[in-house]
Design a protein around this ligand. Structure first.
Ligand code: FA5
Length: 340
């Protein structure tokens, strides 16, 4: 029996010294001294030992337990110290290492232009409003005096959705929403995303942005339209900018025009940016058509208004001398980093 105990102790001492971690050691301890541990079971089996051998057997097993316990405690102290030092090593800060450089984000060039534009118009007393990108036929077409047979209704131009809905083709759709919601006077700026089935090239894309302005009140005239646009251009592009409005047709304005301004790069003689015309076109404008005012319940005899809608990509291209609209959407960090 004594030889059996010696062999068990030798085996357990070997396992204790082989334990590589406190977790492994705890496992050895459980197997040796736990409720069903080998030494515990040995002690419990004392009843089967002949009576005259019991005192010696008990003494021997208790001795073995003490020996194993002591070995476990010694080993645990060593392993705990090693683990603590490994953890400290892991957490140690080397304050002499150079810091990791941060690369903060920056506003997209179009966001910068829009922010600047909003600031200029807020300074002129405008309120910024937005409308939904998924629109009804009413707000996108009918309320704007666009007849059912207008080419823009064609599937080739508009992204139609189920249930009579569509993707907004122009921010002018914001106009009727605003006017339905409030009586005159109205003075709003409405930026937003628009969608058209246009082929993508250097100046066109299917998903682009416009900024709409709408002013309605008593006595609003074409002079107010010109003055507002010119004031905006001068603040945005510099004091020497000249404005040109040529007649153009939009069903929701009368008279209507297209808005250009003198090329801020060449100031007249022509350059690649203005395609050698000296002028750069930004969008459409005009006096709100009386039918539009009537459609929203305004008194068209009492109130007049003006509206314009400019392409935001176009404004950003002009501001930063960018020659391809696709650059805005490629998310190329080398491009975006230039606008700090
Ligand atoms: C309009 O969309 C009218 N709603 C503008 C308007 C508002 C007129 C209020 C009168 C009163 P137009 O289709 O010309 O007009 O578009 C205006 C501007 O949006 C264009 O000059 C251009 O800068 C921009 N734009 C139009 N289509 C695209 C496109 N596919 N990609 C990028 N920009 C575009």
């Amino acid at each position: 029996m004594s030889a059996q105990i010696d062999a068990l102790v030798a085996q357990l001492l070997g396992e204790i010294s082989a334990a590589g971690s406190t977790a492994e050691l705890a496992d050895v301890e459980r197997r040796a001294l736990g409720k069903k541990g080998e030494l515990t079971l040995l002690l419990r089996g004392m009843k089967d030992v002949p009576a005259h051998e019991r005192p010696e057997f008990g003494r021997r097993v208790n001795e073995a337990k003490a020996q194993v316990s002591e070995a476990i405690e010694r080993c645990r102290a060593t392993l705990e110290a090693a683990e603590a030092s490994r953890a400290a090593e892991h957490d140690r800060l080397d304050v002499t290492l150079p810091g990791r450089g941060r690369r903060p984000g920056r506003p997209h060039p179009m966001a910068r232009v829009l922010d600047e534009m909003c600031e200029i118009f807020i300074g002129m007393g405008f309120t910024i409003v937005e409308g939904p990108e998924i629109e009804t036929r009413w707000y996108n077409f009918s309320a704007l005096n666009i007849p059912d047979d207008h080419p823009v209704m064609d599937e080739k131009n508009t992204f139609f959705l189920p249930d009579g809905l569509l993707l907004r083709t122009e921010t002018s759709a914001i106009q009727a929403r605003v006017m339905e919601a409030q009586p005159p006077p109205v003075r709003i700026l409405g930026p937003g995303r628009c969608y058209r089935r246009d082929a993508v090239d250097a100046t066109h894309t299917h998903t682009f942005h416009q900024v709409e302005a709408l002013v309605v009140d008593e006595g609003i005239s074409f002079a107010d339209l010109k003055g507002t646009v010119l004031q905006f251009f001068r603040q945005m592009y510099g004091p020497r900018v000249r404005l040109r409005i040529r007649p153009d047709f939009f069903p929701f304005v009368e008279p209507g025009g297209d808005v250009s301004f003198s090329c801020h790069l060449c100031d007249g003689p022509g350059c690649p940016t203005c395609k050698y015309t000296g002028w750069i076109e930004l969008g459409g404008c005009g006096m709100v058509h009386p039918n539009v005012l009537r459609n929203v319940g305004y008194d068209a005899e009492k109130y007049t208004g003006f509206a314009f809608g400019f392409g935001l990509e176009r404004m950003a291209m002009l501001k930063y001398g960018i020659d391809d609209i696709r650059l805005f959407y490629e998310n190329d960090i080398r491009f975006l980093e230039q606008f700090g």
